[in-house]
Structures are given as C-alpha cells and as structure tokens.
Design a protein around this ligand. Structure first.
Ligand code: AMP
Length: 186
C-alpha cells in the first residue's frame, strides 16, 4: 500500500532530516520543493533567475510554479509506493491544488506531520546553516512567512493531523482506545 505523507513545519524545524529518515525506512522518495527550486537557480536559466529573486528575499515563489513542479514529480514512477512532501504545500491554494491532483490519482494523503519548534530554536538552528537565505534577517522573515501563509494549513488538515496524533496515542492507552482501558497496576 502506498504511503503518502506531508511534512509541515517552519524553516529550521528539521523537515529535511525527518524526511530523509522516512525515505530510508520506508523506501519512498522525499520531494522537497526547496531543493528543486535551488537546482533551477543553479541551472542559471531565465526561469532560475526569476526563482532566485524570491528565494533571496525569503518570499514564496508563485503557487502555480510549485504546483506544476509537484504535478510533474508525482507523475514519475518512483512515487507509486508513496512520497514524502517536504516543503509543499505552503499555502492553502497549494493544498487545494494538491487535493485535486491526489483525487484525480485516487490516492488521498495518509498523514500530515507537523513539526512544531519555538522561534528562538529555529533561529539558532538556521544560524548554524550556511544557505544564502539563512542569514538572520531573511531567516526571521521566512519564519513570518511560515506563520502568515503556511501555518493556516494546520487548520486546513485538522483530521489528518489529528489522525496522526491518534495513531501515536492509541497504542499508549491499549487497544480499546479510551484511557480507561489502560491496564492498572495492582
Ligand atoms: P525550503 O528549502 O523548503 O526552506 O525552501 C526554500 C525557499 O524555496 C523558500 O523560502 C521559498 O522561497 C521557496 N519554496 C520552497 N517550497 C515552496 C513552496 N511550496 N511554495 C513557494 N515557495 C517555496
């Protein structure tokens, strides 16, 4: 059965690290729009130069651009066993486009994993990296962009996020589900 996951979290929350771990464990590809966009910048095409202007400022690139990237990537055969989306969707518009694509493919998302990290820890972690857009003022702006444009997705995906939490909690309280079913020490 395919395992289709979304990793949601602010810059510096460790999405890339978690995605790499899941890729190793479950043998499904990590799809990181940030990596794909940086490769476009490296390629130096006119499109890459346009993308660079957004990345350098810590702004999101236009929705249509990343939606097209994802549509193309999900048509590749290695995603048949599943995928981990790392850094997409980042706006409600992107989430709606993803829903439409997955409905067409008849494969709904299995879970949305939200990595919550406080702002100071994010800034500390981004300060240890050496990416152009990790400079303090840009990093700070990227966290604001996350809070403004991406955090609303936590509300967009309430059932999937809740389902994931439930999967973690259920084994802790025993098969019956409720806390009262937990065996008591006597
Ligand atoms: P990341 O590597 O995920 O931190 O992304 C680096 C940068 O790429 C972001 O600051 C945005 O400029 C751009 N980016 C990555 N993913 C998206 C996306 N889904 N939508 C819009 N812009 C994106």
């Amino acid at each position: 059965m395919a395992l289709d996951l979304v990793l949601l979290g602010p810059p510096g929350s460790g999405k890339g690290t978690q995605a790499a771990g899941l890729t190793d464990k479950y043998r499904i590809p990590q799809i990181a729009t940030g990596d794909i966009l940086r490769a476009q910048v490296e390629a130096g095409t006119p499109q890459g130069q346009r993308v660079r202007s957004y990345l350098d400022r810590g702004e999101l690139v236009p929705d249509q651009l990343v939606v097209d990237i994802i549509r193309h990537r999900l048509s590749e055969p290695d995603t048949e066993a599943g995928f981990i989306l790392d850094g997409f969707p980042r706006t409600v518009t992107q989430a709606q486009a993803l829903d439409a694509m997955l409905a067409e493919l008849q494969r709904p998302l299995d879970a949305v994993l939200y990595l919550q990290v406080d702002r100071q820890s994010l800034l500390d972690r981004l300060g240890q990296r050496h990416r152009q857009d990790d400079r303090p003022e840009i990093a700070d702006h990227r966290i604001d962009v996350f809070l403004d444009q991406t955090a609303p997705l936590i509300g967009y995906y309430p059932e999937l996020v809740a389902a994931a939490i439930d999967d973690i909690i259920r084994p802790l309280v025993g098969a019956g589900g409720g806390p009262n079913t937990r065996p008591t020490a006597s």
